[in-house]
Design a protein around this ligand. Structure first.
Ligand SMILES: Cc1cc2nc3c(=O)[nH]c(=O)nc-3n(C[C@H](O)[C@H](O)[C@H](O)COP(=O)(O)OP(=O)(O)OC[C@H]3O[C@@H](n4cnc5c(N)ncnc54)[C@H](O)[C@@H]3O)c2cc1C
Length: 302
């Protein structure tokens, strides 16, 4: 099928983009990796495509104090390899799982967030890390926390005239460790189920959270500090990964029951997604914990 007819504009500044977005039926074109198939299947019929590719200020990837700032036209593959993003290890763990190299060469981080596919990796990473989205329109600018940005499947709180100008990911703190895993039918497919884990330890405390994707209509986040603490009481504070995974198994089932709320579809039943989530949760929380402990040792021996 071919897309329905549309007008095409290629502004050179953010102000010009915002003026175009004020028109009825205008839609942003970033990497086109999700939008173009939508148009080809006639699932969307915008009157005008507003192409962001010629706006220099939307191509910046930078370190901004305690954050890495990814502007609207920064490609996924640039973030995967640029040294600036090493400060956000969870992004680097997740990006190789986003589609294929060719998709990541065109697709943008902000485009994936704006598209809000519930099985996509980057919305889950943004939620897990408490990233901040900056939205601009000709009416002004506002910051939205990732946990408030996703409003349902393929739905965000953005208004039609708003541009996601950038997302800011917090730089990993000392004592933080991360885990990321997913199961897809083939590499490069959207996940049937996936988990991002973030653990922070110091000499006395353990804090842990997970964000699951592919199992709900939006990224599903939960605090699992209590579950990890109880598991560590069984294994001691220096467990092997298999021992910690075993100890976490029972608690992972409780967490999975809480976060997996998708009904089954042609790809997988609800029960299968829950089973995948249990395995991913215990593995990724364990890995994140062990990395967190190791990162403290590296800092103290440096
Ligand atoms: C074969 C294939 C496999 C894929 N596999 C995966 C996968 O495994 N995991 C995954 O996460 N993704 C996958 N994708 C999607 C890919 O990651 C896309 O690049 C991404 O979802 C959209 O980014 P984009 O820059 O291409 O956005 P576009 O396709 O240009 O836009 C997507 C939507 O977001 C809006 N938009 C884009 N940028 C902005 C902005 N700055 N402000 C406001 N609205 C904006 C557009 O108007 C449109 O509605 C796959 C795509 C393909 C074709």
């Amino acid at each position: 099928m071919k897309p329905a007819a549309f007008a095409y504009v290629r502004p050179g500044t953010v102000e010009e983009v915002l003026a175009e977005l004020g028109r009825e039926g205008a839609k942003i074109l970033a990497g086109g990796q999700s939008l173009v198939p939508v148009l080809a299947m006639r699932l969307g019929r915008p009157s005008t495509l507003v192409d962001l590719n010629a706006v220099p200020e939307l191509k910046e990837l930078s370190r901004d104090g305690g954050h890495v700032r990814v502007a609207a036209m920064v490609r996924q593959r640039q973030v995967q390899y640029d040294p600036v993003s090493e400060a956000v290890p969870l992004l680097r763990l997740a990006l190789p799982w986003v589609g294929h190299r060719e998709i990541r060469s065109r697709g943008t981080v902000c485009g994936s967030l704006a598209h809000a596919d519930p099985s996509a990796e980057l919305p889950a990473i943004a939620t897990c890390l408490d990233a901040t989205m900056t939205l601009r329109s000709s009416r002004g600018s506002r910051d939205v926390a990732a946990c408030e940005f996703f409003a349902g499947a393929m739905t965000t709180v953005m208004e039609p005239d708003e541009l996601l100008t950038a997302v800011r990911f917090p730089v990993a703190a000392a004592g933080e460790g991360f885990g990321f895993g997913e199961v897809a039918r083939r590499h490069g497919d959207f996940a049937l189920a996936g988990v991002a884990a973030r653990v922070k330890t110091d000499a006395d405390h353990v804090a842990a959270s997970i964000t699951c994707f592919g199992v709900s209509d939006r990224p599903a986040k939960a605090d699992v500090s209590a579950q990890l603490q109880v598991a560590l009481e069984q294994t001691g504070r220096a467990p092997s990964e298999p021992d910690l995974r075993r100890a976490l198994g029972e608690y992972a089932e409780e967490v999975a029951a809480q976060v997996v709320d998708t009904v089954g579809d042609a790809h997988a039943s609800q029960a299968y997604r829950r089973q995948l989530t249990v395995g991913l949760l215990s593995r990724e929380i364990s890995r994140a914990y062990l990395k967190s402990v190791n990162s403290r040792h590296e800092v103290s021996s440096a």
